[in-house]
Design a protein around this ligand. Structure first.
Ligand code: UD1
Length: 326
């Protein structure tokens, strides 16, 4: 039995590949290296450079390696880019996923774990978002992922494919052993940028909006350590392999931190003040996005190990100080 990890040279996919290998699984990574980094591919994984939209290649890999499970991380993730170039996002995230799902069904793959996003919910008034909240994505990125969830739901009803969609809140941090981390060039994530600022690689950190209806006026998000997220994937895979039902699960801790609190944590970890600049809100940014993780804990038995902002920031900063300046 082999697990196919699409996007396994990327930030979250490379952490997943390491975790699967540690569990003794055979791992094949398919990544086109547009944002992935070849050096992040673990030595013991088999690496194939190619596209998830290449049906022939995917069918060949499934047959050749007797793939029973696919973990689909490959995709585009920058919300503002999805607004300026929506068709690229629909092509890469939605159309290529359709091709991949079809090839999986044709190849007899039974289990499919999909990287979805909190962006499927859009703006919400709820203090904590549960899986039944309305899905009204505010941008093409969220819509491109929600459409893939719908395809999986419909395909699972019509075939023997079972799936779990994991809706990520704000993924951050890095492998506690320092083997991999966020290496995407020009990353837009807050914690990554704050660490780059702390290391003098950015002249200042822009704070996008200080007039939100939040305790300190800055945006609040539920930051989840990448290793806890990967653990959720492993549980989801075990659940499907044990005959469990398809479905969608939120991945977050259930509490949020503001941009200013994140800056404080990075200042604490790095030992010096960050240069910051208060800027207007980024278009489409909701004030607060916090998960209700009750379903993930209750149904899959997920127990977070790294639910502490200072630890997330420390791991991110350790990784950032190791990678080349970008
Ligand atoms: C969004 C998506 C998420 C996606 C992620 C990656 C939603 C609800 N979530 O998260 O699914 O995976 O993008 O692109 O759409 N901020 C600053 N300065 C910065 C960077 C960010 O102040 O330099 C602020 C943002 O305004 C926000 C918070 O920090 O309040 C987090 O931003 P970011 O890390 O970009 O993630 P989201 O936009 O929350």
């Amino acid at each position: 039995m082999t697990a196919l990890v699409t996007g396994g040279a990327g930030y979250i996919g490379s952490h997943m590949a390491l975790a699967l290998l540690e569990r003794g699984e055979d791992v094949v990574i398919l990544d086109n290296l547009t944002t992935g980094v070849r050096d992040l591919v673990p030595d013991k994984a088999q690496f194939v450079q190619g596209d998830v939209g290449d049906a022939r290649l995917v069918r060949q890999l499934i047959a050749e390696h007797e793939v029973d499970s696919v973990l689909h991380f490959a995709g585009s993730t920058v919300v503002p880019d999805s607004v300026s170039d929506p068709l690229r996002y629909y092509a890469n995230n939605t159309c290529n996923s359709r091709t991949l799902i079809e090839a999986c069904i044709q190849g007899g793959v039974k289990h499919f774990i999909f990287s979805s996003t909190a962006a499927v919910y859009g703006a919400t008034e709820a203090e904590m978002i549960d899986e039944n909240a309305p899905k009204i994505p505010a941008n093409p990125y969220g819509r491109s992922k929600l459409m893939t969830e719908w395809m999986l739901q419909d395909a699972a009803s019509a075939t023997s494919l079972k799936y779990i969609a994991l809706r990520y809140f704000n993924v951050a941090g890095a492998d506690p052993l320092g083997r991999t981390g966020q290496s995407t060039p020009r990353a837009t994530h807050l914690i990554k940028r704050a660490c780059q600022t702390a290391l003098g690689r950015l002249p200042y950190l822009g704070i996008f909006g200080v007039d939100f209806a939040t305790p300190d006026g800055t945006g609040v998000r539920d930051y989840i350590h990448v290793s806890d997220l990967v653990a959720a994937h492993a549980l989801a895979l075990d659940h499907l392999r044990a005959g469990g039902e398809s479905g969608a699960f939120n991945c977050g801790y259930g509490h949020g931190f503001s941009v200013r609190q994140v800056i404080g944590a990075v200042e604490q970890a790095s030992g010096h003040k960050l240069a910051v600049k208060e800027l207007p809100r980024r278009p489409g940014d909701p004030p607060a996005v916090v998960a209700d993780p009750g379903k993930l804990k209750g149904r899959l038995g997920w127990t977070p190990r790294y639910d502490a902002l200072d630890q997330i920031v420390r791991h991110a900063l350790e990784w950032e100080s190791r990678v080349d300046a970008r």
